[in-house]
Design a protein around this ligand. Sequence first.
Ligand code: 9MJ
Length: 620
Amino acid sequence: ESPTQRVGAEPLKSFGQVTHAIPMLSLDNAFSEAELSEFDRRVRERLQMGEQHITYSAEPKLDGLAVSLLYRNGNLEQAATRGDGMTGEEITQNVRTIQAVPLRLRGNGVPGLLEVRGEVFMPKAGFERFNDTARKRGEKTFVNPRNAAAGSLRQLDPRITAQRPLAMYCYGTGQVEGTTLPDHHSAILDQLREWGLPVSPERRSVTGVEGCLEYYQKIQSRRDNLPYEIDGVVYKVDDIEQQRRLGFVSRAPRWALAHKFAAQEELTRVVDIEVQVGRTGALTPVARLEPVFVGGVTVTNATLHNEDEVRRKDVRIGDTVVVRRAGDVIPEVVNVVTERRPADAREFLMHTRCPVCGSEVVRVEGEAVARCSGGLFCSAQRKQSIKHFASRRAMDVEGLGDKLVDQLVDEGLIDSVADLYRLTAEQLAALERMGEKSARNLVDAIETSKATTLSRFLYALGIREVGEATAAALAADLGSLDAVKRADEERLQQVPDVGPVVAAHIVRFFQQPHNIEVVEALIAHGIHWPAIEHSAAQDKPLAGQTFVLTGTLHRMTRDGAKALLQSLGAKVAGSVSKKTSYVVVGDDPGSKLAKAESLGVEVLDEAAFIRLLDEYGMTP
Ligand code: 9MJ
């Protein structure tokens, strides 16, 4: 177990995959006392506990990366990331380098097989030290400890991970063979500690909502003094038998809740309001701010969405504003502190000419968005469309980041997405800050991206209003690129999730000679995907499942939800029966909810439904 023995292996070429025998669940979130009370009420109701208080195990909610450790006969055999909950990446070599993780369990009664789950994180002090050193050496720094932990575990070379100050706390178990664990969560954590595994010293047993709130407030007041980042606390029903009776919905247990801290807010000054040009020419006013530390990161920009929003909030250059940042959400200007408005504060005026290409700016009546009319003549639109094309959920060209795209367009090396496939390693290596090895890797990544799916390809084209869900629905329904190109507006509107506006955008896209040229060039360069056979429907993740939708959804329309489900292979039916797999319930559900409950059919609320879609990469 000596530290020098921890790094044994050579760098990997890529990470292997691990299927979790028991899925790694995520947590339901609550942002208020009311949501916590509601959670507690549901738990008591399901357990038929009446007014009796529930005992919860309360823990800080660490902001790192969830991992699973597998110990066989007490030896660390495998470590994996959570991934999508079903399948993660094998990161054994990297986890072995974390000092807090024992390579061997100690003590009595170590079971033949023990899977432990927990959060790997980078303590604040180590994070600061790491960034200081990186800054001095002119290397890349991390925005926050969470990214630092994730980035460190994603290294193919364990020698790099070994230099990162990572730690871990365990908070649960997966598969266990050869022993019976204690019958309470808190006692299981005590047992893990006795076997030498790190568990949070802040964990406490609490009673009822009142106990939860007391714990929440106590931890919140100590948040800044804790040596690691947390973003809330977690409550878990302590009694394992009760947990078993509660079960789980989609991907989260019914017996646990993450109670998140409120978004953080700070005051700062608007130095300027600039306009950014998006992929579709949309002009977005962005407030340039005096740097301010909020919610764990230094914020220098906040979106103002559009001209009307700037008017509504009456944000002026020179104003002092409240900036809010919650979790991973982009920072926003909440409101102006008008009392602090200086006499020379300037109002924002939307440009009449595109700040990048000088084309006329148009704002269609009834729309909030002003757009540059330059199309692909505008280098900002070209850059954004290439960034979108290369992005992870589109063609997934690894290593082609935003700065590099800017550089490639500015140097005149590429004009369209098709040009990417003509780039040579020599051309790339000649760029500033690009070594030969990176150049080669990028050419390889571009080559790798050629094998894709029709749905990703359609999404990557960046057709207006065609997001991932619509692209998936188009691919599933029409089956081939040719069929999409040939479809008229009427045919397109038969595709679930496609209305008249989207249909018109698609038809217009494929009418433009320039777009046809680019698409043909891409295919000529060898971009390909497996043909969609309608008989392959059984292979889809939700094949054989029947859903019924009822009530109003907020994050999507009923048709949108239907399209997403169908593209995952599920059937969507109009009425509930014993054969129904799930009923998705929005606001004001009708009799279908009662029917589902009487038949014992699984009910998903919108949040649970979105999580389920999310697991399959289908974010509405
Ligand atoms: C964190 N992130 O600290 C869980 N977690 O339990 C704690 N996460 C969890 N528990 C079940 N303390 C799924 C995730």
